[in-house]
Design a protein around this ligand. Structure first.
Ligand code: DC
Length: 216
């Protein structure tokens, strides 16, 4: 890795494998891993818990302003604290999954998340939807992972107790809700992970990084 701080972005749709890949790539390179989706999930959790209207972005931001929100990029996984309470385990529920696209669609809320992300210092690998295109356009390396919806649904069924048809439908709905903010950067490397193992995707990302760094 360069001695100067460098940012690697890994974007893609729900259950495309981006966070597992980002975490392992960060580990291999010895830099931090950051999951931007957790901040959208935190904003959604607060919205649901305080009974705020998910369509009312001013009310959501006013509620968020009352709290101390921190993202801790621990090597063993990101933790989110809300007024010193660790709420990480509450962020991956069906209720949050169901509302997060509505909350994340507000440009003002995206600005709130992005301001927090841009404060992070040092080198890191970050996953999300728009990291390479909108938030870190000068990132050293950009990747966009895709996978067929049925492959992503099958992966998610392994993580949560639910049936395949319901998960496929939930993923289809979230793709629709996330569509506008899920476009790859023009200079991102696209990887279809449908027929690749996790290790193969990691190797492809690392090979691309090393090839580019070797060429400069
Ligand atoms: O990556 P994830 O599935 O944990 O993200 C949760 C939601 O947050 C996702 O449905 C869309 C939103 N999101 C976003 O709009 N932009 C990002 N950079 C990351 C996540």
């Amino acid at each position: 890795m360069n001695p100067v701080p460098s940012i690697i972005t890994l974007d893609g749709p729900a259950a495309s494998g981006k966070s597992s890949v980002a975490q392992r790539v960060a580990d291999t390179l010895g830099v931090a891993f950051v999951s931007s989706g957790l901040l959208y999930r935190l904003a959604t959790l607060v919205t649901l818990q305080r009974d705020v209207d998910a369509n009312d972005v001013a009310a959501i931001l006013a509620e968020l302003d009352l709290h101390d929100v921190r993202l801790h990029a621990d090597p063993n996984g990101n933790r989110l604290t809300l007024d010193d309470k660790d709420v990480t385990d509450e962020l991956h529920t069906d209720a949050v999954d169901g509302a997060v696209s509505i909350v994340a669609a507000h440009p003002e809320l995206r600005a709130w998340v992005n301001a927090r992300l841009r404060e992070i210092e040092g080198s890191f690998v970050i996953d999300g939807r728009d990291m390479g295109r909108d938030v870190f356009p000068n990132a050293a390396h950009k990747f966009f992972l895709t996978a067929r919806p049925e492959v992503r649904a099958a992966r998610r069924v392994g993580e949560r107790s639910a049936d395949l048809a319901a998960v496929t439908e939930a993923i289809r709905q979230r793709d629709e809700g996330d569509q506008r903010q899920s476009r790859p950067a023009d200079d991102a490397t696209l990887i279809d992970t449908s027929d690749l193992t996790l290790q193969q995707v990691i190797d492809r990302v690392l090979d691309t990084i090393h090839a580019t760094e070797g060429a400069t």
